[in-house]
Structures are given as structure tokens and as C-alpha cells.
Design a binder for this molecule. Structure first.
Ligand SMILES: [Ca+2]
Length: 244
């Protein structure tokens, strides 16, 4: 029996030793192939499977100030309490171009969290979300806030938002940020925060009176007004995610 060498499956980096001998049994000539596959010294160590659940700290650092945004900078610059969820990659709580949900509208206009927390609870009930994330805001910007949360392989995406305050309906945040890269959990990640407009209030300045956008527009990245500086949209801060 001849075994074609091409049919022998080898592990990567293994060493193949082939010894052959030809036996004669009666009138039949038999080629014996002795194949020894061994491991070479530089075999990579097999990575352990990813942990099912890991913990992260996210630090919200705001840089928004009269120095970065001199146009009409408000007297009480702050960011509303952090609110969000860990959830599956199959759903989202907000997307650019989509109409804001009541929860996103209330967060972006008022800094309120109850409505969005209810939307997270609904998603938890239908298997889309795992953990509600809540944290403090930033009382005076520039400043910092942080919170810790657990995330799991079935719910590896993070949504987290905060209102730019005061403002008509401007906010910062991430939507469906995946902390699992397909093979392992991300060690750390810095997200620059470029503010969005929820599309629900048409006020043009930080302290404009309420002016409901009728009909509501889709969420969009800020493209004018006092957050727009010298023809560009500067970051107003960062979210830094660090695996614990
Ligand atoms: Ca608006």
C-alpha cells in the first residue's frame, strides 16, 4: 500500500520524518512508510479559550472647555450621568441616521436616564441586552467619571451615552462598541468622542430655548454651532476602556 505524501495531514510547524523500506512477502512487494510527525521546539503555545465574562473599567475624560470651544461657552459646562448597556451585536439603542428613541431623546435633551433604562430593561427581557450601565456624570467640564461593568461573549457590545450640557439635544457616546475582537477580549481601547445631535430639538446654541424639531430628524454628527470650531468638529473627550 502506498500512501501519497500529499495525503498526510501535518500540524503546523511539525517535523515530518519519513522512513521507507520495501518488504517482499511472497511475490508482493510492499512499501512501508513510517511517518513520524513531531513537534518542533518553536511551536506556538496554544492560546487558552477566551473567558466567558470579563470586567472593564471605562473612564470618561472630558476636555470640553472655554479654551477648546470659545464660542458662547456656557457658565455651567457638564455632562449628564452615564447610561447604557452591554448587549448582543444583533441590536442597537441608537444609530447615526436613525430617529432617536424616547430614551435617547430624553438623555440628549434633559440628561434624563429613566426612559433609556426602561429601553434597556425591555431589551434585557427579550434577550438582547445583559447589563444596565449607570454612572455619574461630569459635574464640571473638563473633568472625569468612570464606572466598571461586566461583559460576556454572548453580549460583547457596549452602548454608553452622556448629554453635553447645557445643550438642546447634543450628546456623546458609543453604540454597539464590540469589546471582543473575534478571538480575544480587547485589553484597552480609547474612543475619541465627537458629539452628535439627537435630531429632536432645533436649538442652535448651548442655552437656546426648547424648539422641537418637527418632524424629528435622524441622529447626526454635529455639523454647525458652537461645538464646531474653525471648520472642524473637535473631540470633546474620550472613553477609555481598560480590561480589569
Ligand atoms: Ca438638534
Amino acid at each position: 500500500m502506498n500512501v501519497p505524501i500529499s495525503n498526510i495531514q501535518l500540524a503546523p510547524n511539525s517535523v515530518l520524518l519519513v522512513m521507507s523500506t520495501r518488504l517482499r512477502i511472497g511475490s508482493i512487494s510492499v512499501l512501508l512508510l513510517l511517518v513520524v510527525a513531531g513537534c518542533s521546539d518553536d511551536d506556538p503555545v496554544m492560546a487558552p479559550p477566551p473567558e466567558d465574562s470579563v470586567r472593564y473599567q471605562v473612564t470618561f475624560t472630558s476636555t470640553w472647555s472655554a479654551a477648546t470651544h470659545p464660542d458662547g461657552f456656557p457658565a455651567n459646562p457638564h455632562f449628564s450621568p452615564l447610561i447604557g448597556a452591554t448587549h448582543c451585536s444583533c441590536m442597537s439603542f441608537w444609530e447615526v441616521g436613525e430617529l432617536a428613541s424616547p430614551g435617547i431623546k430624553a438623555m440628549a435633551e434633559l440628561g434624563a436616564t429613566n426612559a433609556l433604562a426602561s429601553e434597556v430593561a425591555t431589551a434585557q427581557g427579550n434577550g438582547g441586552a445583559e447589563n444596565l450601565l449607570t454612572g455619574t456624570g461630569i459635574g464640571v467640564s473638563p473633568g472625569m467619571a468612570s464606572l466598571e461593568f461586566d461583559v460576556s461573549l454572548d453580549f460583547p457590545a457596549v452602548t454608553l451615552v452622556s448629554m453635553v450640557a447645557p445643550s438642546p439635544d447634543w450628546f456623546v457616546g458609543v453604540s454597539g462598541l464590540d469589546l471582543f475582537d473575534g478571538s480575544e477580549w480587547v485589553d484597552s481601547l480609547v474612543i475619541e468622542l465627537y458629539p452628535y445631535d439627537a435630531g429632536t430639538d432645533s436649538g442652535s446654541d448651548y442655552t437656546s430655548p426648547n424648539q422641537a424639531t418637527q418632524p424629528p430628524a435622524g441622529i447626526f454628527q454635529i455639523d454647525s454651532g458652537p461645538l464646531w470650531v474653525d471648520g472642524a468638529l473637535p473631540s470633546v473627550g474620550t472613553f477609555t476602556f481598560v480590561r480589569q
